[in-house]
Ligand binder design. Structure first.
Ligand code: CMP
Length: 139
């Protein structure tokens, strides 16, 4: 059975362009409940650890620089079938390929500066949520 939690970050391009509120509204309207939320900034070291799974990819260095270039919002979200449902809401990684009306189609600037992150599995949702939030910070 698929889990009911996922993890997201609103990325530096979207916080810089004042789209935090609009993106959270989309998330709420799609029926997700916010379990934990934090407005923060990643060091290059933390961004590198968070995206360690991509460390062999050609875009890794740029991704780490970008993700540590500004503020982000990290959140744990709850809804039935959360991982798949959230990935549908945000659209494809590349905003040029994201379906109309999805968060990335509406707010992303490029394949790297793509407005939001969404976990790709229940296992990663748990790992990524734990990266940002302690037991005490979740409701
Ligand atoms: P995200 O879903 O957070 O997971 C990995 C991130 O790497 C991705 O979103 C993009 O921000 C970034 N990225 C940059 N270039 C690429 C690429 N060619 N393919 C996939 N992800 C990329």
């Amino acid at each position: 059975m698929s889990g009911n939690r996922t993890f997201t970050m609103i990325k530096p391009d979207a916080t810089a362009s004042n789209n935090i509120g609009a993106i959270l509204q989309k998330i709420n309207e799609a029926g997700f409940r916010i379990i934990a939320m934090k407005y923060t900034r990643l060091s290059a070291e933390s961004a590198g650890k968070f995206y360690a799974v991509h460390s062999e990819r050609p875009f890794y260095k740029d991704l780490v620089n970008y993700m540590s270039s500004g503020t982000i919002v990290a959140a744990i979200l709850e809804k039935d079938n959360a991982v798949a449902s959230f990935r549908e809401l945000i659209g494809a990684t590349d905003p040029a390929k994201a379906a109309p009306g999805t968060i990335r189609a509406l707010f992303a600037k490029s394949i790297e500066a793509n407005a939001v992150h969404g976990s790709d599995s229940d296992e990663n949702a748990q790992i990524e949520g734990n990266f940002f939030f302690s037991e005490l910070e979740r409701f």
